[in-house]
Structures are given as C-alpha cells and as structure tokens.
Design a protein around this ligand. Structure first.
Ligand SMILES: Nc1ncnc2c1ncn2[C@@H]1O[C@H](COP(=O)(O)OP(=O)(O)OP(=O)(O)O)[C@@H](O)[C@H]1O
Ligand SMILES: [Mg+2]
Length: 573
C-alpha cells in the first residue's frame, strides 16, 4: 500500500503530517522540528538551503533568499535569488522537495505521494501551479484540498458524533479563508467558502513597517525603502513586535545603525503599545467581515445558528482577532484545534482516506463547494462579453446545471463556448478555463434555434461542459480538470528547448494584452484544414507575435497584432 502524506504549504510556514496506527502524527524535519519556515535560498557555497537555514541567512544576504513565495503563485512574477530569476513554482518546488526529503527520512521510506492543501479561495491557476510545484518536487499530488476543509477534518475526526454548524476562520501568513461547514452523522458538508487571497499576517507586519518608515522619513529625511538590508531588519523587528504584542502590552523596537544620515549611522528606537498596534491594523481586521458575511448569506445560516467557531493560522493568536469575532458574530471562538497543525493534520486525514486507511462509510465523508461562479461568455443586450453564470459560487459539488441560450443573428450555424470562473459580470475579467466550438446549428431566423449548455462538476474536480443544439441533438463537449488528477506527461528537455523562444510568452508581463487575440487565432487555426493557404500565414504571424511578447517588445507586438487581426477578419467574413 502506498504511503500518502498531508502537506500544509503555507505562506510563512510549512508542515507535514501522516496518519498511521490510527492517529495523526506530525512529521519532524531534518532539524527535528514540526514547523518549517517557508524560506528558500542559496548559501555562500552556491547550494540551495530551505527552511530554518534559509531563514537564518535572510538578514545577511536577502538577495539570496526568498520568503512568502505562496503570495506570488499563479502570477507572472519572478523572484530573484543570487542574481537569477525563478518562478514561484520553481521555488515552491524546492520547499516541497525539502518536505519530501525529511518525510522520507522520518518515515524511513521513499515518500512519493501527497495531499497538498491550498486556500479555499485559490483560483484554478493557483491550484494548478501548486500541483506543478508538487510534481517538480517528485510528488504525485493525490489531491488538492482546501485548507479550511482540512482544518475541519482535523476537528471532525475527534468530534464525529456531533451535529453542528462550524465556522472555520483561518488567518495565516498571507491568506484569509473563512468556511462554513455542517456536520452530522460523520458527514462533513462544506456549505460555503470565501476569503481574501491577499490578507494575512504579512500585512500586519507591513502596517508596522510603513508607520516606522514614515516616522523615520519625517525625522531624518531618509527613505528606508531604498535600503534592502534595512528593510529586512525592519521586517524582522516588525514581526517580532507583532508577536510580542499578542502577549504583552508594549514592545520596544531598537535597531542600531539602521541607516546613515549625513554620513553618520542613525538608530531607530521606538516603543509600540498594543493599543497603537491595534489602531494601526484595525482596517485589516475589518477586511475579514465581508467574507464572513458572504459565507453566512451564501449558506443561509445566521450567526446565532453557529455552534462553533474554530480558529486556524498563526495570526489568530492576536487577541484582537478573537475579540473582533465575538463582537461581530456574538459568539466567542474556541480553541478546539491546534492553529499551527490543524491544516496539515486534515491533509493527512484526507491522505489516509485516499490510501484506504480510513473507511469513509464509517464517518468523515466530505462534500465540498466551488468557491467561484462558473459560466460562459455570451451576448446580452448587445454586450458581447457578458458573463452568464451557470453554476453559482458556493454550490455544493457534485453539481449539474443547464441553461438555454439562443442564436444571435439570422443564419447563425455555429457558436464558440468560452468558459470562465469568477464573479465579474464581464466574462473576460474572470478567469478563463477553456473553450470549444459547436457547429451544424440549422440556419434559421435569429433567436429561433436554442442551445442548451450543461455544466457538470464532480467531486473528482472534473468540470464537463456540454453544448447541445436542442432541435437536432448535435452536441460538443469539453472536460476541464479543475483539480489535480494524473500529473501530465513530462515534456522532454529537448522539445522544451526548441519551443523556448516563444513558448514562454505567457510569462511576459505584457502577455495579458494579447491573450484574447492569440486565443482567437488559435481557435481559427483549429478550424482550418491542414492544407489551407492561410494556415502558414496565421501560424507564422502568431509565432512572431509570441516571440515579440516574450521579448517584451510591445511596439512590435502591437504591429503584429494589427496584421493578425486584419488577416483573421478577412477569414471570418
Ligand atoms: N503569537 C503570534 N501573534 C501574532 N501573529 C503570529 C503569532 N505567531 C505567528 N504569527 C503570525 O502567523 C503567520 C503565520 O501563520 P501560519 O503559519 O498559520 O501561516 P501560513 O500557513 O504559513 O500562511 P497561509 O495559510 O496564509 O498560507 C505569520 O504572519 C506570523 O507572523
Ligand atoms: Mg496556513
């Protein structure tokens, strides 16, 4: 039987756990510690260092060290280490590789299978990139699990016979998630999830830093932001200050020789009280209210029906968090789970269910929700970019829904079905998931022929989209992998080399401006016959355009885009 571990890949810290001998056990890293800082670096000998060792070189060589990489996952950002740029996926993979090494060491076998948790509010790209990082690290990622669901699983295993509504409030280092679950007879049902991908302890540190920087500038006329070393020191002190204020009433920040003013070293010396701090970060705490409201209203449960509020994530140690929750919801949270371990413990429980060690028929069956609305792009009141929702957000999955659409103009015989995820009423502002083509619609007056579009979202994370011409039954489909499943084929290195000049166009900061036209061209290419004369012309323009994007040459790309659009339009006429 394969051993599957659970991993909480956090913004600030990473933990791994295993279910064995009937209990969940936290896995110790090579330093014999449970908590591994999510830091990656290159040491002075040019070797990769991860965790505590990377963290401890952060102050001395910030240019060789990266932290809070998870914040960047799913974006085109590059992170510089030792003068070289890395993708968030590459660096997350280094972190996961370390987890794989220490878990293998701890368990005495080569560990290759894992469940990795992500914030419930991660979008599809962020999820896919997490899987990619796991694969790069040598894992088969068995499942991507939502962090609050994991925390609830960890709670649920010990309280299986309870019947209750549970609110999981997870404020970590970089993300905020809130999830409402219902538990009865060992079934744990996720009712709704919401959150903020860009809110966490990091922002509380930054609030302190910003206030110190402002004061320093006022006093000495020096902008500390320009000095990397000073900023790293400031960040460390700000976090220490924040953590100390969770227990004590004040904290003195003293950094000798933080900068030079007029050639002389100047210190930073200031005392921050808990009251000062709480006033400073009040707006951040208030940003948690909206997701809480969304979760309550989406699940149709009022605050007074909540039986338990579970706190997860290191940032919930700030006393103002529990106080704010109690003031806002009229109920105090309880400390039923370990806020640092709960997510990885839950991931390990999910891993045990997958490995067959826990029989879900005896309890702990889980249902989940889709955190974002799913739908298609269509024309509404003349707007060609309207987002028509088919499965609304926070619907329990599995879910299947059908909507009927009509042709737009007389003689229309085909439609493009563009599938998106998100909450904007403008389709292209949402997250694009895929598209396909439905043809052979009988030519008719406009709005006579109807097309049914069905979305089926199953628990394995597959979204099947089918479009059917109602009058003839002719249909077309697309399946989108919304979670992991089998990890895709590895691309051999040589092939990767050959494509490199333009295949990395998507990583360019200007790529967003051209995605629409590239998709359009690729769609048309698919439709053209192999020996079509225009094919070569489109392909060559398309490749030139991608190369220009990859080289970040916007002028060249704009010219090529114009040429391409002219050509496509001549074909579509
Ligand atoms: N005693 C404390 N008081 C206040 N904040 C704390 C305390 N201990 C830890 N933190 C903060 O908790 C955060 C880390 O929490 P945690 O390890 O749960 O996050 P994570 O899982 O890495 O992040 P995420 O879940 O957002 O990806 C850091 O911002 C840290 O400063
Ligand atoms: Mg976390």
């Amino acid at each position: 039987m394969k051993t599957v571990i659970g991993i909480d890949l956090g913004t600030s810290t990473t933990e791994a756990a295993i279910y064995r001998n009937g209990i969940v056990e936290m896995i110790l890293n090579l330093e014999e510690e449970i908590i591994t800082p999510s830091a990656i670096g290159i040491d002075d000998k040019g070797k990769w260092v991860v965790g505590k060792r990377a963290m401890s070189q952060l102050i001395l060589s910030p240019q060789n060290t990266a932290i809070e990489v998870k914040r960047k996952i799913g974006t085109d950002s590059r992170i510089s280490i030792g003068g070289k740029n890395y993708t968030p996926v590459e660096l997350s993979a280094k972190l996961l590789e370390y987890v794989r090494t220490y878990a293998s060491e701890y368990l005495g076998e080569d560990i290759r299978n894992a469940v990795i948790s992500v914030p419930a509010y991660f979008n599809e790209t962020q999820r896919q990139e997490t899987i990619e990082a796991g694969t790069k690290a040598g894992f088969k990622v068995e499942r991507i699990l939502n962090e609050p669901t994991a925390a609830a699983l960890s709670y649920g295993l010990a309280h299986m016979d309870e019947e209750s509504h549970i609110l999981v409030y997870d404020l970590g280092g970089g993300t905020f998630d809130v999830t409402l679950l219902e538990m009865f007879g060992g079934v744990l049902e996720v009712k709704a999830s919401a959150g903020d991908n860009q809110l966490g302890g990091k922002d509380f540190d930054e609030a302190i830093m910003n206030s110190l920087i402002k004061d320093f500038q006022k006093k000495h006329g020096v902008d500390l932001r320009q000095q990397r070393q000073a900023m790293v020191k400031l960040k460390e002190e700000a976090e220490q200050c924040k953590k100390t204020l969770s227990k004590e009433d004040s904290y003195r920040i003293l950094i000798p020789a933080i900068a030079k003013v007029g050639g002389h070293p100047v210190e930073l010396d200031t005392t921050i009280t808990r009251k000062d701090f709480e006033a400073l970060v009040r707006p951040l705490v208030e940003r948690t209210h909206k997701p809480i409201d969304v979760v309550l209203s989406d699940s149709g449960i009022t605050a007074n029906k909540l039986d338990r509020i579970i706190l997860v994530g290191g940032s919930t140690r700030m006393p103002m968090i529990a106080a704010d929750i109690e003031a806002y919801l009229g109920k105090a949270p309880d400390s039923a789970v370990n806020p640092d371990y709960a997510v990885s413990e839950g991931a390990a429980i999910q891993a045990a269910i997958i490995a067959g060690l826990i029989d879900p028929s005896e309890g702990l069956v889980m249902t989940d929700v889709n955190p974002y609305s799913l739908g298609v792009q269509c024309i509404k009141d003349g707007n060609p970019d309207y987002f028509s929702v088919i499965i609304p957000r926070n619907v329990t999955i599995p879910a299947s829904k059908t909507q009927r659409y009509y042709t737009n103009y007389p003689g229309q015989t085909e439609v493009e079905v563009g599938i998106y995820q998100g909450e904007s009423s403008t389709a292209s502002r949402n997250h694009f998931l895929g598209d396909f083509h439905l043809s052979e619609i009988p030519a008719n007056y406009s709005e006579v022929e109807s097309i049914d579009i069905t979305f089926s979202y199953n628990l394995n994370g597959m979204l099947d989209v089918t479009a059917t011409v109602v009058s003839t039954g002719k249909n077309a489909k697309l399946s989108i992998n919304m979670q992991n499943q089998e990890n895709g084929p590895e691309i051999p290195d040589e092939e990767e080399e050959a494509h490199v000049s333009y295949s990395n166009w998507k990583d360019s900061p200007i790529s967003g401006d051209y995605r629409a036209v590239i998709r359009r061209a690729e769609r048309i290419l698919k439709r053209l016959d192999e020996d079509d004369d225009e094919r070569d012309e489109i392909e060559s323009l398309l490749n030139d355009l991608k190369a220009a994007i990859a080289n970040e040459d916007a002028d060249e790309a704009d010219d090529l885009e114009d040429d391409l659009v002219d050509l496509l339009e001549s074909l579509e006429d």
